[in-house]
Design a protein around this ligand. Sequence first.
Ligand SMILES: NC(=O)c1ccc[n+]([C@@H]2O[C@H](COP(=O)([O-])OP(=O)(O)OC[C@H]3O[C@@H](n4cnc5c(N)ncnc54)[C@H](OP(=O)(O)O)[C@@H]3O)[C@@H](O)[C@H]2O)c1
Length: 329
Amino acid sequence: MKSFKALVVRESNGTVNYQIENQVNESMLDHGEVLIRVNYSSVNYKDMLAVQKNGGVIRNYPMIPGIDLSGVVEESTDSRYVKGQSVLVTGYTMGMSHTGGFSEYARVPSSWVVPLPKNLTLKDAMIYGTAGLTAALSINALEKNGMDPKQEQSILITGATGGVGSIALQILSKIGYKDITALVRKEKQIEVAKKLGATRVILLDDFKFDKKPLNKQTFHFILDTVGGDLISSLIPYVFYQGSVSVCGNAAGIKLDTTVLPFILRGINLLGIDSVNISHEDRMTIWGKLSEEWKITDTTLVNQITFEELSNTFDLLKEGRHLGRTIVKI
Ligand SMILES: NC(=O)c1ccc[n+]([C@@H]2O[C@H](COP(=O)([O-])OP(=O)(O)OC[C@H]3O[C@@H](n4cnc5c(N)ncnc54)[C@H](OP(=O)(O)O)[C@@H]3O)[C@@H](O)[C@H]2O)c1
């Protein structure tokens, strides 16, 4: 194979730098049974962290980041995958300790590969990416714990205009939830959240947090993407036997709560991981994303080139990024 183009993160003398390299050799790709010609990747919060010094994502340098990809099988030593087949890959250690999706080619273990669901295009798959998988896993977990569009339940989504939050909002609206509150930080996000399907929007500054261990029961379910102080403060507002899904740490990793909402109101805290879930669960969730939960036809997405990745990382880092950005490779 000829050399190809990839974004490469290198460390030297204690500094971390990244740039597009045009002459990457196949020998730089990590091991795996399936070689994929990448068509699209997507940009997640974790990808932004990957290119920062001490970002805590990349385990060894040099590394090609990119935790998501969709593309076409170029070569496979696993008979389940054949040349020309459309596939997607998200998570595992891709873009962390295994070379990832910001590259014209990627080689991955066959156990990581998901055949592209029949109702999705390669572009659709990356409109979702890890963010969409995580949003869907959060909804799935909440529904398993009683969230139901046929019941009168109030649902809160935090980080509602971010990658995970914006997809969750659109799916909940599509599948018939009628009382969806979006929590946002900036005035300009209010209209965006309404367009995504929120029936009510609360500006973080207007929410009068009262730091009591138990508070007025306000939300039956919370789909949290922010973590930290925000979700710590919201847990006391959950209704009796309600549930909270947590997937993110954008506001920090510390959870400061008491046992009271759990032992007096029987609420559930549901942890969401999209990285290492089983292949079987992945197939189930991708199936939903391609059928009854499909929102890619109406999702507004920014499509960028390799060269524009750096600007998107900056927007994510500065909290100025909205929704989903995909990369056409
Ligand atoms: N568990 C998993 O498998 C998994 C998978 C995917 C993502 N995640 C995690 O989920 C989180 C969200 O990911 P994403 O891709 O949606 O990121 P994103 O696109 O950057 O969105 C983050 C959202 O959180 C909001 N936010 C950040 N800090 C906040 C704070 N202190 N208070 C209130 N809101 C705050 C942002 O609001 P602004 O727009 O105002 O900045 C934005 O709406 C990240 O922590 C990510 O690492 C986890």
